[in-house]
Design a protein. Structure first.
Length: 351
């Protein structure tokens, strides 16, 4: 079982196999408009992390799905990472997960049942840690292995934390360090160290359940999780939804040390370049900024950290909340500001 390298079946692993944001926007623009009932609090309009449907005055249903191809070779680790990543979207809305359904696509002729069973066992392990059942699912025979979850949760309608509710003057806090995509690229090249793999697992299997507590704080205005489009891409979604600009300090970004070292050596993902090509014209990049830093800013994160937009007076409480729940690398990285009424939202990186 351990001799089978799952990543050999993947043309792109983890959230790095997402459709590039520019192409995705074009595809979605061709889709006809759907029904938008008044109970639908969050839908497609701001590219948010999950849909939210009001059930009554005290409950709203949070629903999302996420699945991808292997980012690691170990089947149980793959299942753990994919499940953690899928549940993150519930937490990013301020919700509490209540159940999940498994999405399974496997090349049956190439993977033995025990390997597939280990993938599912990894996902079940994470769901047990989150306190929810995997109550069903769907499976198909597929050329590339994919695994993920449909996840559902509950949140009070007044505590929904959309990505479009940032306010001018808000401080930006990032919950996990950047660089998971680069570590996955190093793994595929066979140069990732054992310590680097341990760091990769540490961050990709750490549940973002801190979002439940953060979402209940009055000073937290907006949240999202940083995944396949990288920090720059998901922060631009916050900016566009909130009709604001953002400033980020490169020096303040939390980074996985080994990932930063690989980036300096030119070991990066192809997805980071595709990301930048899609949204780079909305980013002001400093002359002092290095190519390796740009690769990290657009690096696709799998099961990445929560990005929180909060009032200045709530910053210490937000940082303390992250720290109390085991996110010891959470950092203030920048702020939101008003934009010119006639200009599109812009993200400014400062050296």
């Amino acid at each position: 079982m351990t001799s089978i390298a799952l990543t050999q079946f993947s043309h792109g692993g983890g959230c790095g196999c997402k459709i590039a944001p520019g192409l995705l926007a074009e595809i979605l623009s061709r889709a006809p408009a759907g029904i938008v009932p008044p109970e639908l609090m969050v839908g497609l309009e701001t590219s948010d992390d999950a849909a939210v449907y009001r059930l009554n005055d005290t409950q709203a249903l949070v629903a999302t799905t996420d699945f991808f191809t292997p980012i690691v070779d170990n089947p149980r680790d793959f299942g753990r990472i994919a499940a953690t990543n899928a549940l993150s979207d519930i937490y990013a809305m301020g919700g509490t997960p209540i159940l999940a359904l498994a999405l399974v696509g496997m090349p049956i002729a190439k993977l033995p049942p025990e390997v597939i069973g280990e993938i599912l066992a990894g996902g079940a392990e994470v769901c047990r840690a989150a306190g929810i059942p995997i109550a069903g699912g769907h499976s198909i025979d597929l050329l590339e292995p994919i695994y993920g979850l449909v996840a559902m949760g509950l949140v009070h309608p007044d505590r929904v934390r959309r990505n479009a509710d940032g306010q001018a003057g808000d401080v930006l806090v990032l919950g996990k360090p950047l660089g998971v995509g680069i570590l996955s690229a190093a793994l595929k090249k066979g140069v990732l160290t054992e310590a680097g793999y341990a760091q990769m697992l540490r961050h990709t299997t750490q549940l973002n359940r801190v979002g439940i507590t953060l979402g209940a704080l009055d000073g937290v205005h907006a949240m999202t999780d940083v995944t396949g489009f990288g920090l720059a891409g998901h922060l631009l979604e916050v900016c566009r939804g909130s009709q604001l600009d953002a400033r980020v300090s490169l020096a303040d970004l939390p980074l996985i040390a080994e990932a930063a070292a690989f980036a300096r050596e030119g070991i990066v993902t192809g997805a980071s370049a595709r990301n930048w090509a899609a949204y780079g014209d909305s980013v002001a990049w400093p002359a002092e900024g290095a190519a390796w830093q740009q690769a990290l800013a657009s690096d696709p994160q799998t099961s990445g950290g929560l990005l929180v937009s909060c009032a200045p007076e709530a910053v210490q409480q937000v940082l303390a909340t992250f720290a109390n729940e085991g996110f010891d690398q959470a950092r203030v990285i920048g702020e939101l500001s008003a934009k010119r009424p006639d200009a599109p939202s812009q993200l400014v990186f400062e050296a």
